[in-house]
Write a protein that binds this ligand. Structure first.
Ligand code: DON
Length: 314
């Protein structure tokens, strides 16, 4: 068998394994679609997509991998990469911690005295990292965020305006958090403008395939394996994946690392990205969520793939 035929065969094997995991989990109807943002409650709960992007740029897919959904908290590690590149590690972490919170994504726990949020993956911390992205204006800051997310995905992404409006009307808890942090000095940009940028960032539309490519770009040291373009440095990717490993799954982070063994980030629309450093990116999508706000089928699929292929990094 020549190298081309061998590659085709490997590709068939990976795709059929993704299909097996998909078929096994598609009947799992545990969990519930997020409804605290009204627009998210309308999602089709049966959607399920699994995509894997290798560092050679090849993408393997099973199920609904081309259906768009809002990125939500899956944006947080990628916007954190931009804040790190703009400000440097020390300046970013003067304002936001690097410790798992052991609490839910919308926790109001802030460091006594400084008002620093625990880490860049919970909402409070992500609002701070969004505020640390450089920009001449609010529009410019969001344009830079959208360009960074698009570079990670390898295509031009756009905002879902209906979800954005829904986020804004149901964002009191995030506004409350931002005012607390502004009062304490950990957030220094204007509260409402910063939240507008954060809500926009959460409302960007992606597919499971997109987030697989985004995860693969992190795993590839910052070069998008599909476009061949450098998005960020290998050092930044190392920092981002470290924070994903320790804090990406919120109050499930420890058990996640035990069972899936990969840096990952969940979002409330049902997206889940995982990166296997030097190996591949995984993009999962299914809207029903568990109690920590992560996709039930996404978590189960990642755990099955990780165990089957022995992917645990630790
Ligand atoms: O901040 C929020 O409420 C949402 N727009 C994003 C939260 C999210 O995805 C949490 N992740 N599981």
């Amino acid at each position: 068998m020549g190298p081309m035929a061998a590659r085709e065969k490997l590709s068939d094997i990976v795709t059929s394994f993704l299909d097996i995991v998909h078929d096994r989990l598609v009947s799992d109807r545990r969990g519930a679609v997020a409804d605290y943002i009204p627009q998210l409650a309308d999602a089709d709960p049966e959607l399920f997509g699994i995509a894997l992007c290798g560092l050679n740029g090849r993408v393997y897919e099973s199920g609904d991998t081309g259906v768009e959904f809002t990125i939500q908290s899956v944006s947080k590690p990628f916007v954190y990469s931009l804040a790190l590149d703009d400000q440097g590690l020390d300046a970013v972490h003067d304002r936001v911690g690097a410790e798992p919170s052991g609490e839910a994504f919308n926790s109001v726990k802030l460091e006594a005295g400084t008002g620093r949020p625990p880490n860049p993956m919970v909402n409070a911390g992500a609002i701070v990292t969004t505020s640390l992205v450089s920009g001449r204006s609010t529009e410019d800051r969001f344009a830079r965020i959208l360009a960074r997310l698009s570079a990670f995905a390898g295509r031009d992404l756009r905002v879902d305006d209906a979800v954005l409006a829904s986020e804004q009307t149901s964002g009191d808890r995030n506004r409350a958090l931002a005012y607390l942090m502004h009062g304490a000095g950990s957030l220094t940009t204007p509260v409402l403008d910063t939240l507008d940028t954060y809500f926009r960032q959460c409302s960007v539309l992606v597919t499971a395939r997109d987030i697989a490519v985004m995860g693969a770009t992190l795993a590839n040291g910052g070069v998008n394996p599909v476009t061949g373009r450098r998005v960020t440095s290998a050092e930044t990717c190392q920092h981002v994946m470290t924070i994903m490993a320790t804090c990406g799954m919120y109050d499930y982070a420890g058990e996640w690392l035990l069972r899936a063994g990969l840096p990952a980030k969940s979002g409330v629309a049902g997206g889940l990205v995982a990166s296997s450093p030097g190996e591949f990116g995984l993009g999962l999508f299914s809207p029903r969520l568990d109690s920590s706000g992560a996709s039930v089928r996404g978590v189960a699929a990642a755990q099955q793939l990780a165990t089957r292929f022995g992917l645990h990094v630790l």
